[in-house]
Design a protein around this ligand. Structure first.
Ligand code: CMP
Length: 140
């Protein structure tokens, strides 16, 4: 079933020249990029984005990191894209990620793990709406 998810290439990925390699993996997997832009979040914007993690020990640190430089944010669209993109990314902790996944191949740290992807339909809807309006989404 056609779904949408939010993908972010995080500041470590942008800084290390990994925009191309990440996008190439998405396209090879047949995940359509329905919207894309480069942004630098303020600390407050990063806090709002990660509000589901508020109160967790890594909340301050991850929101500092996510507001430390530019990110590429994308809406991906495909059948079962939430699960397929999460499989492509690999586990949050790159040490536990499967061979051949983006995080296993490129991440250096549990925080600096190159990419983000929504973990459910409910969160995808919130996360897409956080960065994109309906007008910015490609049709067809
Ligand atoms: P992400 O998938 O973007 O969701 C929350 C982010 O917090 C996660 O990737 C990591 O970048 C960061 N993080 C840091 N420490 C942890 C942790 N122990 N568990 C989960 N996420 C963490």
């Amino acid at each position: 079933m056609k779904e949408r998810t939010l993908s972010i290439i995080k500041p470590d990925g942008v800084l290390r020249g990994l925009i191309g390699p990440v996008i190439s993996r998405l396209e090879k997997e047949g995940l359509k990029i329905a919207a894309m832009k480069m942004i630098t979040m303020t600390k407050d914007q990063a806090r709002g984005f990660y509000k589901v993690h508020e109160g967790k020990p890594f909340y301050e640190s991850v929101t500092d990191f996510m507001s430390s430089g530019p990110c590429v944010v994308m809406v991906l669209e495909a059948d079962d894209v939430i699960g397929r993109y999460r499989k492509l990314m690999g586990a949050t902790n790159f040490k536990e990620a499967e061979e051949g996944t983006i995080r296993r191949d490129f991440a250096t740290d549990i925080e600096k793990n190159v990419v983000h992807g929504s973990d459910s339909r409910e969160n995808a809807e919130y996360e897409i709406g956080y960065f994109f309006s309906a007008l910015e989404m490609a049709e067809g």
